[in-house]
Each structure stands twice: as structure tokens, then as C-alpha cells.
Design a protein around this ligand. Structure first.
Ligand code: GLA
Length: 635
């Protein structure tokens, strides 16, 4: 089990380093991420490297028994680079050049940035490939976190090349994007531009490909660094830190290119549901590479500094959230950052070692957790019986502005995950088109963009005995965001026992509801389908008689289609029915929803994620969990 954090020794005189190593040992730290923002220190000018200080530091850490996750340091270009090559700077959709003075000021497709980044990475790789302290490599940092898309001329050129590879010729692109609408026809790839600021809505097919390109082009930059490290002789695992359900990068694609998934999570201590958001991110990270541990690369030891108001973590809360990650498959708990900065934008961000030093509560909690984790081996939990579909391409397609109603895909997926989490059901995430065999229940909220592979996997799943839950706005468009010939619902009509023939927005003042299961009202919110029943059975209908929950037996399985979106209570009604049909059981029954329960490789971990004591009764025992207490029940 790894324990440690980002270590930025370049911010401190060397005399402090000995103290750092001594205190790291006291805190049970065994891994630190070094040099993430140290480019200016490592390379004072083009072609000139200053690695002596890093040699001394790595030797010191190694002598202290502390391993290093060595950064490639490409996340913040130095002043000389911008001075000499100003067009490395990224550009926003309105044409504003994002200047230096903070960080991440590079266009991912800039040839000069890529060339100079490769030189730095190669120099570091050659020097440290065999250094005994280096346990892994940390490429760049949180790719695209500040610059979610770059609209520069470099990007425009790279986009055209990407499109030419995808479509072969411009006629195929015109067809795929439906450019007969609004005279958008292109005569050649050179006519295509990034979706920069425009009078009104850009062609959504273009925007979808732009998002694919943006994720692919940044991934390509990651691959360049990774391959440069390998070419320089590095044999250690290579990773870059993901950010949970981060909209701009398709982490299903990215996960295949890293040796281990690592994740940065900053839930807001003020949000009583923060632990469920953290669980969502943890399960997503685990699911990206099933059966392999992942690393919590960053979390805050206490408060952050970047929200308008930054609340403390309650005593025990940091440990509870860390234990949650371990239970969900993390093999290391790391923080931003080791020693609190004296200056700069993050000087108010908590650190493992605050300015108040070893007398602080933060330090004491860090040392205690480090000691507890030292005794622990990492292990992946089983994947569970329930899969929730989470698909980036679908997310991108749904972020367009001109829909029957705005659909917040991430919030919708979270709403279903949340309900399952609160009833203590173990969940994995899948990508549309994955093999679903072995799951009992699959939930596919708002799967608007449904490819043929995606539809085939859902059909196969239900046909062979699974239970599928779908919502409104499923199976609407193809991979280019076009309707299929004949309209919507073309692929799943047989499975769902009917098809949507139209979609309408619903606002709270419309006051729509249906009579749901067991006569309970079922809220109809955001959107309702005009759903044409074939051989499905309506389990709930609106006052006007429109079906809003449709059950259908298909093959040896069952589908439940919610022809609208609904609220928490509606989701619970559907889940009661779906889990009973599928035979899905909670990890532990009868728990308070604020107690988190995870089936681990060794038994069950229970975590009281609230500020109140909570009693727990299992078939074998009854006990009380104090606030944020963690209890491991060994099977
Ligand atoms: C991100 C970055 C870190 C640091 C933290 C602060 O996760 O990767 O460098 O800025 O945020 O919360």
C-alpha cells in the first residue's frame, strides 16, 4: 500500500529536505510525486539541463526508504519557452490567447511544445531510468483540467488531419455531418474549423467529432511522453492522473494507455453527499481497468483553497474517505501536497505537513492513517452484480444545446448510482458496447447516442436473462448524432416492447406526474417520451393515459423502460422492481443510508460517513459506529 503525496522540494532550500525525509518517515510515507511543476528548475534554458539538485534529492529519498513517482515536469512551461515560442500558448473559443503566469499554458498540438517536452522527458528518462528510488513515472499533470479544449491554429490543423484519417474524403464527412443543413457543405478538409465562437449553434456532429479529437489529441500527447520515457530506457510503470468523471477526456480510451489508473479526488466536505460522489469516482476508476488496483494520486489532507468557501474535513473524515478508496480497490493514498507552500496560489491549500507543523490536527490524522495503512495489503473488490453504463461519447453528444430539454448526463447517471449506493448495492461501470455477461442488472440512463455495438450488447444481455433499465432519450441517434433512417428507437424497440415517437420537455410548473407502481405518484421531470407500446406492458401511466414505465420480457430477460426522467422517489420505485426482478442483493441489508458498505476481497468494510453515531445490526452482530468510524468485517 502506497502512502504519500506531491512533493515540491524546488520550493524550499535544500536544508529543509532532510527534515522532510525525517518527517515523511514519521508519517509512514513511502511514495512521493516529485517535480510535477519543476520544469523551470530542471531546464534553465533550451538545451541546458540542471539535474544535480534532483540527483541529490532522489538519493536522499532513497536513503530514507522513500520511493519516487517521478514527474516528467511538462505541466507548466518555463518563461524562456514562451518567450522564444509564443505560439505554444493555447487559445479559447473566442480567440483569447491564454498567457503564462499560472500553469498548463500550452497547446497540446503545438509542435514546439511537443518537441521541447520530448527533450525534457528524454533527458529525465535517460538520467533516472535506473535510479533505485524511481518506482513509477508521472506524466504531465491532470491533462486538460484548466484548458478543456484548445482552439488554436495548431489545433485546427491537427483536427483536419484527424478528420481526414477518420473519413478518408470530404464527401464522407459531409454525409456524416449532414452538412446539407444551413449550407454547411465543405469543399475540402481545409474549410473545416474548430467550433469557435459563432452566431448560433454549431453543427452538433462537428462538435461531437471535435470533442473526440480533443480527447484523442491530448491522449496522443500523453503517448508521446510515455514512449519517450520507454525509448530512454524506463521500465517502471507509467501513469498520469485522471480526475474521476472529467468531461473533456474519454478515460475509457485513456485507461488502455496507462500502466495503472491514478485519480485525483477533491470532494467538498460541506456536501453531505460528497462521500457518494467520491464512491462514484472510485468505482469508475476501478472499472476502467477491471480487476487491477488504482491509485488515489491526490486528495486534500484537509481543506482546499479553490472553492469560494473552503470547509475543513471533520475529524476522521479524511481517513473515512481514504478507507473508502482502499475498500474500492485503491492500492495507495496520496495527497496534494506534502509540505504547505509559503507562496503562490496554493499557499492556503492544506498539506500533510502544514505550517503549524506536527502539532496540527491534520498532521496527527495523517500519521495515524499512514500507520494503519502500513499494515494493509491492497486487493480489488469483486465487481458486483450491477453495471451502470457511463459513456463519454454519449455525454458529449448530450452536451449540445438544442435538445427537447437539457439533459445533464452526469447528474442522471449519478442519480441512479446514488440510489444504488444508498441501498448498499455494489456497482461497476461499463462502457456502451461492453460484454455484459455475468451482470444481473444493467442500468443505462439516457443512452442517447447508441451505436450498433452498444445496442447489440444490451439486446444480448436481456435476451440471455439480464434485467435492463433504460430511461427517456435512449437509442435516439447514431455515432454521428444523426437519426437513423426511420427515426428513433430503431434498435431497441424489440427489447423494450415499444418505441419513442417524440420527446417533450417538462418543467416543474407543468406539474406532471404519473400513477406509479403500487399506486404511488411517479414524478415526470425534464422530458417525457410519447412512447408507442408494442407488446410491452405499461406499469405506470400519466393521468392522460400515456405509458411512462414499460416492462417487457424479451428472450429470457426483462427490460424496464422509464419513458421520462424522474426524481429520487421515482428512481427508488423503479429500482425496487428492477432489483427484485434481477435478484440483486445489498452488501449488507438494513443499514442506514449514511453507512457505506463495500464487499472487499476479504469481507465487508463498513464506514459511517456521517457526523453522527449510527447503529448497525447484521445477522451476526449489533454495534454502534461512531462518526466516520471504519469497521472491517472479515468473512
Ligand atoms: C490539482 C492539481 C494539484 C493541485 C491540486 C489542488 O489536483 O493536480 O497540482 O493544484 O489540484 O487541489
Amino acid at each position: 500500500m502506497y502512502f504519500g503525496g506531491d512533493y515540491n522540494p524546488e520550493q524550499w532550500p535544500e536544508e529543509v529536505w532532510d527534515d522532510d525525509v525525517r518527517l515523511m518517515r514519521e508519517a509512514h510515507v513511502n511514495l512521493v510525486s516529485v517535480g510535477i511543476f519543476a520544469w523551470a528548475r530542471l531546464q534553465p534554458d533550451e538545451g541546458e539541463f540542471d539535474l544535480g539538485w534532483l540527483d541529490r534529492l532522489l538519493d536522499k529519498l532513497h536513503a530514507g526508504g522513500i520511493a519516487v513517482d517521478l514527474a516528467t515536469a511538462t505541466a507548466s512551461p518555463p518563461a524562456w519557452l514562451v518567450r522564444r515560442y509564443p505560439d505554444v500558448l493555447p487559445v479559447t473559443e473566442t480567440g483569447t490567447v491564454l498567457g503564462p503566469g499560472s500553469r498548463q499554458h500550452y497547446a497540446p498540438t503545438s509542435p514546439d511544445y511537443r518537441r521541447l517536452a520530448a527533450e525534457l522527458v528524454t533527458a529525465l528518462g535517460r538520467r533516472y531510468a535506473d535510479h533505485p528510488a524511481v518506482a513509477m513515472w508521472h506524466v504531465n499533470n491532470e491533462y486538460a483540467c484548466h484548458v478543456r479544449a484548445d482552439f488554436s491554429e495548431h489545433a485546427a490543423r491537427a483536427f483536419r488531419t484527424w478528420l481526414a484519417d477518420r473519413y478518408g474524403d470530404i464527401d464522407a464527412l459531409n454525409e456524416a455531418w449532414g452538412t446539407a443543413v444551413w449550407s454547411l457543405h465543405y469543399d475540402g478538409f481545409d474549410d473545416v474549423r474548430p467550433p469557435r465562437a459563432s452566431p448560433t449553434t454549431q453543427n452538433p456532429s462537428l462538435v461531437l467529432d471535435w470533442r473526440r479529437f480533443t480527447s484523442d489529441s491530448v491522449l496522443e500527447l500523453y503517448r508521446m511522453e510515455r514512449d519517450a520515457l520507454r525509448a530512454a530506457g524506463a521500465t517502471q510503470p507509467i501513469t498520469t492522473n485522471f480526475m474521476g468523471a472529467f468531461p473533456a477526456m474519454n478515460y475509457w480510451d485513456w485507461a488502455a494507455e496507462v500502466d495503472l489508473v491514478s485519480h485525483d479526488g477533491y470532494p467538498d466536505p460541506r456536501d453531505p453527499e460528497a462521500f457518494r460522489h467520491a464512491a462514484f469516482a472510485a468505482d469508475l476508476m476501478r472499472s476502467l481497468r477491471p480487476g487491477r488496483p488504482w491509485l488515489l494520486m491526490e486528495q486534500a489532507p484537509n481543506a482546499v483553497q479553490w472553492r469560494p468557501s473552503n470547509a475543513a474535513k471533520a475529524p476522521g473524515q479524511m481517513a473515512a474517505w481514504s478507507e473508502q478508496a482502499v475498500a474500492r480497490g485503491a492500492d495507495g493514498i496520496l495527497y496534494f501536497q506534502w509540505r504547505q507552500s509559503r507562496s503562490g496560489a496554493e499557499k492556503f491549500h492544506s498539506a500533510m505537513l502544514p505550517h503549524s507543523g506536527t502539532r496540527s490536527r491534520t498532521w496527527k490524522e495523517i500519521v495515524e492513517l499512514g500507520g494503519a495503512l502500513e499494515q494493509r495489503d491492497a486487493a480489488c473488490p469483486p465487481r458486483g452484480d450491477v453495471a451502470v453504463v457511463f459513456d463519454w461519447e454519449n455525454w458529449w453528444a448530450l452536451t449540445q444545446v438544442d435538445l427537447p430539454a437539457d439533459v445533464d448526463y452526469q447528474a442522471e447517471v449519478f442519480a441512479w448510482y446514488r440510489a444504488l449506493h444508498a441501498r448498499h448495492v455494489q456497482v461497476s461501470f461499463v462502457r456502451a458496447g461492453d460484454d455484459l455477461s455475468g451482470y444481473r442488472l444493467v442500468i443505462a440512463p439516457a443512452l442517447y447516442l447508441l451505436t450498433e455495438d452498444g445496442a447489440a450488447s444490451l439486446e444480448q444481455f436481456v435476451g440471455s436473462g439480464g434485467t435492463l433499465v433504460t430511461t427517456a432519450f435512449t437509442d435516439v441517434v447514431d455515432e454521428n448524432d444523426r437519426f437513423r433512417p426511420g427515426g428513433y428507437g430503431r434498435q431497441l424497440a424489440d427489447v423494450l416492447g415499444g418505441e419513442p415517437v417524440d420527446f417533450f420537455g417538462v418543467l416543474p410548473e407543468d406539474g406532471r406526474s404519473a400513477r406509479g407502481l403500487d399506486g404511488e405518484p411517479l414524478a415526470v421531470i425534464t422530458m417525457v417520451e410519447d412512447f408507442e407500446l408494442h407488446d410491452g406492458e405499461a406499469l405506470a401511466r400519466t393521468g392522460e393515459g400515456e405509458p411512462v414505465l414499460v416492462r417487457h420480457h424479451y428472450g429470457s430477460g426483462t427490460s424496464l423502460h422509464l419513458a421520462c426522467f424522474t426524481d429520487r422517489s421515482g428512481i427508488d420505485q423503479v429500482l425496487d422492481r428492477a432489483t427484485a426482478t434481477a435478484g440483486v442483493r445489498p452488501v449488507v441489508g438494513g443499514l442506514d443510508p449514511t453507512v457505506e458498505a463495500v464487499t472487499t476481497a476479504r469481507g465487508v468494510t463498513l464506514i459511517n460517513q456521517s457526523r453522527r453515531p449510527t447503529s448497525v445490526t447484521t445477522p451476526d452482530a449489533a454495534f454502534e459506529l461512531s462518526p466516520y468510524e471504519v469497521r472491517h468485517l472479515i468473512a
